[in-house]
Ligand binder design. Structure first.
Ligand code: AHR
Length: 661
């Protein structure tokens, strides 16, 4: 053993770590070269990828509680019950959402006219919280009309059914916005919003909306606070949006078009959501995109959580899984409108307020630029058609905005024919980054610790843009998957010179409305909980350091290779905080002794404190849930250290982050 090792007694370690571990011989000796400060870790390294899947936006992060608020769903009353004298009209004040309803006298003083909305899996109210109801309305005559708005609990048949109510005088024959706040007397998960006509003269209603007043940062067209807070708590360096497959569309007509998502919310046209019908066994006929959460809101959120925005645009190809007939795509010589969309988006984000799109951004409340630095063109495309389509985008963007970094794609697979074809193509096209996707089983994650060790250092950088470990059988967000993600991520970190970005996927799932799992954060209408995969992402993003440090065991990187006892490890320095940070994943079912030897420190320098963050679970199949949201959470402890080496043990199936001052 080297002389500068400080051998910490088994007892003091066990007490400090609460591990109760017996002393073990110091094997698994890892050497961290503190004097060989390596590649810079990009601020964008660990981020989030948001797509409107699993009711992630409408019914999720976007705090609107009313479904089909503008009556634009193909079945115009989907989500609504109407009673009495209700007519659908289509010459309303918002050109791109022309439908509205007319409520007229039901014909008898004992009869009633009105409608109620079921929300997304119910309209959930929290006792004592305020909810902002708003509606565009006009009276059918010179005299004022009146409506009554109620928050109701349909399960309660007594006087408690109406939990809050407000009367609104509609005092003009011109369209106007009316707003009231309501405070329910109960917490109810499956409530409804009900509106009665309460005057003899008719009233027209359009864009009927209900939001919690307490949204993320208080924005009126806001986001659910608990969900947005979970974004922020990751401390992400990057936010990729809006997809994913929804960027492509099943056909080009239904692709995501950012220009439809900006400007007044009342006039953002509805689009279908392909996740409505992608999986027949998870079919949701009421799943549409209102675009209430649009590109302005995405940029604003990125700024508020300190993440670089990475918008992804359609490359002129519809989803190739669903529609790969050449006629489904735009011929390369007709791509100009698509390319213009990309150029205009950069102007919307960064242009000064005298430009067309910069002016719109200012009008929406953000005169300062959003400082967009990255743009993705295409999602999971493949074949020759993709580089052919991408090329004119790159030429046009480089010509006008040479500083914007362009992200291309390596297709839907982490290896194989398409992947092997696209990487060299991306290199030829000079893409700045290449997006890789891997939803793979546990065996894949265990075998990929060294994936990036031999990547070409002269080509584009890597963006691990969508990945998650998919367990066998009925295991989804179980702990073992998260542990293997943590293990795999040591390889991202060790190769931070070539891997510049990484985002787990998908991010959100409504417990009643998911199409795809596992996911990072689950929620119902009242609560949300992070999975163990969430904590892995958070631990990496919050402890990413500034530069890589070489870490080896028997002179080899620790990648879970044979003879390495199921261990994966990486090390970084945080120059600003004056810390070394070591991440170790023990994927074996045995406790492992480990030694961390900080080589290359000046002789008299000592490490003075060691914080340890431990993530493990009662068993590898354990998972957090609405009922038990905190079963698996990171636990912090400290270890005494006074020297240049640390000996400890890591429990079976455990991820640990050591932070040493
Ligand atoms: O994350 C779910 C889907 O997986 C994304 O939309 C797509 O890019 C990938 O196939």
């Amino acid at each position: 053993m080297k002389t500068n090792f400080l051998r910490i007694s088994a007892l003091s370690l066990a007490v400090a770590c609460g591990m109760g571990a017996a002393y073990a011989e110091p094997t698994n000796e890892m050497v961290i070269q503190t004097n060989k400060v390596g590649a810079e870790i990009q601020p964008t390294m660990y981020g989030l990828f948001f797509e409107d899947i699993n009711y992630g936006a409408d019914g999720g992060l976007y705090a609107e509680m009313i479904k089909n608020r503008s009556f634009e769903f193909p079945q115009n009353f989907l989500g609504w019950n109407t009673f009495g004298n209700v007519e659908l009209k289509n010459d309303g004040p918002f050109e791109r959402n022309p439908h509205y309803v007319r409520l007229s006298d039901p014909g008898h003083r004992h009869k009633r006219t009105g409608l109620d909305n079921e929300g997304y899996f119910g309209v959930a109210f929290k006792k004592g919280e305020e909810y902002r109801f708003s509606v565009w309305a006009r009276s059918g005559s010179d005299a004022a009309s009146k409506i009554r708005v109620e928050l109701i609990d349909p399960a309660s048949m007594g006087e408690t059914q109406v939990m809050a109510k407000q009367d609104i005088d509609i005092n003009s024959k011109e369209w106007k916005k009316y707003t009231v706040t309501l405070k329910p007397s109960q917490t109810v998960a499956k409530g409804r919003l009900r509106i009665f006509l309460s005057s003899p003269n008719s009233v027209d209603l359009e864009h009927i909306s209900l939001f919690p007043v307490d949204t993320w940062k208080g924005h009126e067209n806001g986001l659910r606070k608990d969900l947005a807070q979970k974004f922020a708590d990751v401390k992400p360096g990057l936010l990729r949006f809006p997809g994913g497959c929804i960027v492509e569309g099943t056909d080009l007509a239904t692709r995501y078009q950012w220009k439809n998502t900006v400007g007044p919310v009342e006039n953002r046209p509805l689009n279908e959501n392909r996740w409505e019908y992608t999986f027949p066994h998870r079919f949701f006929p009421d799943y549409f995109q209102s675009y209430g959460l649009g590109f302005f809101e995405f940029f604003q959120l990125s700024e508020e959580i300190g993440a670089e925005p990475l918008p992804v645009l359609n490359v002129g190809l519809a989803c190739q899984y669903q529609n790969n007939d050449p006629s489904a795509h735009v011929p390369v010589d007709e791509l100009q409108p698509y390319i213009q969309d990309a150029l205009d988006l950069i102007e919307f984000a960064n242009g000064d307020t005298t430009t067309t799109w910069g002016a719109l951004r200012a009008q929406m409340g953000h005169p300062a630029p959003f400082n967009l630095k990255f743009i993705g063109i295409g999602n999971e495309q493949w074949g020759e058609t993709y580089p052919e389509h991408l090329k004119p985008f790159i030429t046009a963007i480089r010509a006008k905005y040479p500083d914007i970094k362009i992200v291309g794609s390596s297709g839907p697979n982490s290896e194989g024919k398409d992947f092997d074809y696209l990487w060299p193509e991306m290199k030829k096209l000079n893409a700045d980054l290449v997006d890789e996707h891997f939803y793979r089983p546990e065996s894949w994650f265990l075998s990929q610790g060294a994936r990036y060790d031999n990547y070409d250092r002269k080509g584009p950088k890597v963006f691990a843009g969508e990945y998650a470990c998919h367990g066998k059988g009925k295991k989804w967000n179980h702990f073992n998957a998260a542990l293997l993600e943590a293990a795999f991520m040591t390889g991202l970190e060790r190769n931070a010179d070539v891997v510049h970005m990484a985002t787990y996927a998908p991010l959100f799932a409504h417990v009643e409305g998911w199409q795809w799992r596992p996911d990072m954060i689950w929620f119902d209408n009242l609560e949300s909980f992070p999975t163990s995969s969430y904590y892995v992402q958070q631990l990496y993003a919050s402890n990413k350091g500034t530069n890589v440090l070489p870490l080896t065991m028997d002179k080899k990187p620790v990648t879970g290779a044979e003879g390495q006892n199921g261990l994966f490890a990486s090390a970084v320095i945080d120059k600003k905080a004056g810390e070394y940070i070591v991440k170790v994943a023990n994927t074996s079912d045995k406790e492992q002794p480990i030694t961390l030897n900080f080589a290359g420190m000046k002789k008299n320098n000592k490490l003075t404190s060691c914080k340890v963050i431990t993530l493990n679970a009662p068993n590898p199949d354990a998972e957090n849930s609405l009922e038990n949201p905190s079963l698996i959470t990171p636990k912090e402890s400290t270890m005494p250290i006074d020297g240049q080496s640390l000996q400890t043990t890591i429990a079976p199936l455990t991820f640990q982050v050591y932070i040493l001052k």
